[in-house]
Design a binder for this molecule. Structure first.
Ligand code: ATP
Ligand code: MG
Length: 241
């Protein structure tokens, strides 16, 4: 009897350990996938910045260099000098404006200066002014416990959720609400077309994987519920200390 009991405990313990190991393996695999998605996103972002710099800044500075060289040509009359100088000024101004835009995309200045609430308010205002969608935003948090990198993660999450609601759901109304102190929660919902989550889970785009990576860095959790014709709701939370 004793031996049977011992064997029983031995095998059930072995089973528990096996289950735990399997769980750990799954967790590791998930973390690996998140890391891979993050790297992919980083590469995409780098390519986009490189493209922007190349198309919007370098090409303009090249023409500025050519024009500056033209100014050294002998025998130019006053009108020609004025024309070339005006060209240079206009190109430099455009290059300046574009570099501001690129910097703005990388880190919205309002986020750095006034924090997450102000940045989200400005983002919603931008969408509202398009008149195709109403974005309602309320926040009872001050996000004081979040450093600027983490605030940028939250900002990018909301940006991607809004993009998805408009691009895929054709939503006309979006509601965003933040509450909580040390643990902040956010409810995000749209009245769009909705989608079949089960189908999407197997072929998540970069956007949703990117959101998951950001939630991982925020040490938080996220759930999305949606159904065709019923809109989409995303709930996420993260520590704010
Ligand atoms: N709010 C939404 N309403 C309707 N469908 C959605 C919504 N959010 C996500 N989806 C569906 O989930 C899919 C995956 O979204 P995800 O953001 O990961 O990728 P994507 O938007 O297609 O591409 P990317 O974000 O990489 O440019 C979308 O293609 C869309 O079918
Ligand atoms: Mg997307």
């Amino acid at each position: 009897m004793g031996t049977i009991l011992l064997l029983f405990f031995y095998f059930s313990k072995k089973k528990v350990i096996k289950k735990e190991l399997e769980k750990k393996d799954m967790e590791l695999l998930h973390q690996k996938e998140l890391l891979q998605a993050t790297l992919l996103v980083q590469e995409e972002e780098r390519m986009r910045i490189a493209r922007d710099l190349h198309d919007d800044i370098s090409s303009k500075l090249n023409v500025v260099a050519l024009n500056s060289h033209l100014l050294t040509t002998e025998g130019l009359n006053n009108d020609e000098v004025t024309e070339i100088t005006n060209n240079i000024t206009s190109l430099v101004n455009k290059a300046l404006e574009n570099s501001r835009k690129i910097a703005h995309d990388l880190l919205p200045p309002v986020l750095e200066k006034f924090g997450l609430n102000a940045a989200l308010e400005e983002l919603c205002l931008e969408y509202n002014s398009s008149k195709t969608v109403t974005v309602e935003f309320e926040s009872k948090c001050n996000f004081k416990g979040l450093d600027s990198t983490k605030q940028l993660h939250v900002f990018r999450i909301i940006q991607e959720l809004i993009n998805n609601s408009i691009r895929h759901g054709h939503a006309t109304n979006i509601q965003i609400s933040f509450w909580g102190d040390d643990l902040v929660a956010c409810t995000y919902s749209d009245n769009g077309k909705g989608f079949d989550i089960k189908n999407v889970k197997t072929k998540k785009g970069l956007g949703m994987q990117n959101i998951e990576s950001r939630i991982f860095f925020l040490d938080g959790s996220i759930t999305t519920t949606s159904a065709i014709g019923k809109g989409t709701t995303t709930l996420f939370n993260f520590k704010c200390v």
